[in-house]
Write a protein that binds this ligand. Structure first.
Ligand SMILES: [Zn+2]
Ligand SMILES: [Zn+2]
Ligand SMILES: [Zn+2]
Length: 285
């Protein structure tokens, strides 16, 4: 059966959803674009693709029982704004790449999903990331010690070993070890049904450890760090990202975490076929 002949409705007796969508909630570097107090060409651009909230993403799909699911990939400081823009009303899993401010400083906001869903939310990351999150959010993870009994998120912290997988309501998520400078972090690979998969989400990387390559094989959709053209000690440059994308061989590679050095319209012309700049709100399916 060709892709064009796929049934319009998801088949609900098989796991996964051929209509799964990955939405880029933010595609900017840690300070966001525009940069505060900057009047460069990008920061004053009227092209909406040059306005970049902090990098994170959302995978939406319908599970085998017909329930709509939402998996969040990092929850950064712009999460409230992203949630309102995309009408996010639940989080079935939160998968973290690492604990830098621009990737986890929105976790307070998910208390609203707890209220809407009436359940705790599993937050999954490597041991270092979860330890950091528990320290930063002591008022959530050790709430018995709060002075007042205030409204805080209900999160279940789960440490995952690099290379291990978990089931997200029928979609398999695998924690893929990556390097962010000297810091070991995670990329996430998703295996499910439909043209989006296998999908790899790899932000804040500049090194791929040898043991991770087998997790990247067969990737169809790749979301990859591509900071800027100038070199950086902890992020892939655009040229390095293009090289990595060529080695991984995904049909579609979308770069994220760009600084204000990148002016979308001007610089997109410099990318080879199959590689593109992401922008806030871009939906991959
Ligand atoms: Zn970052
Ligand atoms: Zn600027
Ligand atoms: Zn980072």
């Amino acid at each position: 059966m060709g892709e064009r002949d796929r049934p319009k409705q998801p088949k609900l007796d098989t796991p996964g959803d051929p209509h799964a969508v990955l939405t880029l909630l933010g595609t900017g570097t840690s300070a966001g674009v525009p940069l505060i107090g900057c009047d460069c060409a990008t920061c004053t651009s009227v092209d909406p693709r040059d306005r970049r909230l902090r990098t994170s993403a959302m995978l939406r799909f319908t599970d085998a029982r017909g329930v709509r699911r939402t998996v969040l990939l990092d929850v950064g400081p712009d999460h409230r704004q992203q949630a309102l823009a995309h009408r996010i009303d639940r989080a079935d899993h939160i998968l973290l790449t690492h604990s830098h401010v621009d990737h986890v400083w929105g976790l307070d906001e998910v208390r609203r999903y707890n209220a809407l869903m009436g359940t705790s939310i599993p937050v999954i990351g490597d041991a270092r990331t979860i330890d950091e999150v528990c320290r930063i959010y002591a008022h959530i993870f050790d709430h018995a010690r709060n002075t007042n009994d205030s409204w805080v998120a209900d999160l279940a912290a789960i440490r995952i070993a690099p290379g291990a997988s978990l089931d997200c309501h029928g979609i398999r998520a695998t924690a893929v070890p990556m390097l962010h400078g000297r810091l070991p972090i995670l990329a996430w690979r998703f295996d499910g049904q439909g043209p989006l998969f296998p999908l790899v989400y790899a932000t804040d990387v500049n090194g791929i450890p040898p043991e991770s390559w087998n997790h990247l094989m067969g990737t169809r959709t790749l979301v990859l760090d591509g900071l800027r053209f100038r070199s950086h000690p902890t992020h892939l440059t655009i040229d390095q990202a293009i090289d990595a994308a060529a080695r991984i061989g995904a049909a579609r590679t979308v770069l994220v975490h760009m600084t204000h050095d990148i002016l979308h319209e001007r610089d997109a012309r410099k990318l080879p076929q199959g590689v593109e700049f992401g922008f806030d709100g871009l939906e991959l399916r």
